[in-house]
Unconditional design. Structure first.
Length: 208
């Protein structure tokens, strides 16, 4: 079941900004953190907290998150890296990482409302798995929407200063500011993953 309560509460519980937006920046939130008042944490407790934090960063339910672990187990290579790669190439995550949405929750909403095309085809599935060469573009009618007005203006300003008109949001992503599109240049690798995520603890949690 997906958490629908105050997101700041989750950030305080894990001791980090889980959702990226300044709204959830704990350094600007003077309320006492929940973490640290429960005494010494067991190894299982640590693993659980790391798993919960990562799950919430990607905005997934427990069932969805555990399914990615199960799928990664069947893949060649290191299970943890395979799991993170599967999570990173979700359509909603790419929209968020490319700054087309302020939070992962907003990115999921935008995708669910079919704001984007993938290779010129409408896709409204947040978990849609992208692959190298895929091009995600904002639908033409959405470019005039107030939802993207700030984004469009920011990209226009950027384009004035950069002749090639592209932004590299991450090494494996390329954002075209003129076309309002995102290209998957490569699959994310170990060095591209968020270092806040302790994937080893997560794998240990599920492997018991």
């Amino acid at each position: 079941m997906r958490f629908t309560g105050p997101k700041v509460k989750l950030c305080r519980r894990e001791g980090i900004n889980l959702f990226g937006s300044e709204k959830y920046d704990l350094s600007k939130n003077h309320r006492k953190l929940l973490g640290g008042k429960f005494g010494k944490t067991s190894e299982y407790g640590t693993q659980l907290r790391k798993k919960q934090a990562a799950k919430r960063m990607y905005g997934l339910t427990e069932k969805q998150f555990s399914l990615y672990y199960a799928k990664a187990l069947k893949m060649k290579g290191i299970t943890g890296e395979s799991m993170l790669q599967l999570l990173e190439i979700r359509l909603d995550n790419v929209i968020f990482k490319s700054n087309f949405a302020r939070t992962i929750m907003q990115a999921r909403q935008f995708v669910g409302h079919a704001h984007f095309h993938v290779n010129d085809k409408k896709v409204n599935i947040p978990s849609y798995a992208l692959k190298v060469g895929d091009v995600i573009s904002l639908r033409e009618k959405m470019k005039e929407s107030p939802l993207y007005k700030t984004l469009v203006e920011e990209f226009k300003e950027f384009a004035k200063k950069n002749t090639n008109g592209t932004i590299t949001a991450a090494k494996w992503l390329e954002v075209n500011t003129a076309k309002l599109s995102i290209t998957i240049k490569a699959l994310p690798q170990k060095e591209d993953f968020d270092q806040v995520i302790d994937i080893q603890k997560i794998i240990e949690f599920y492997s018991k």
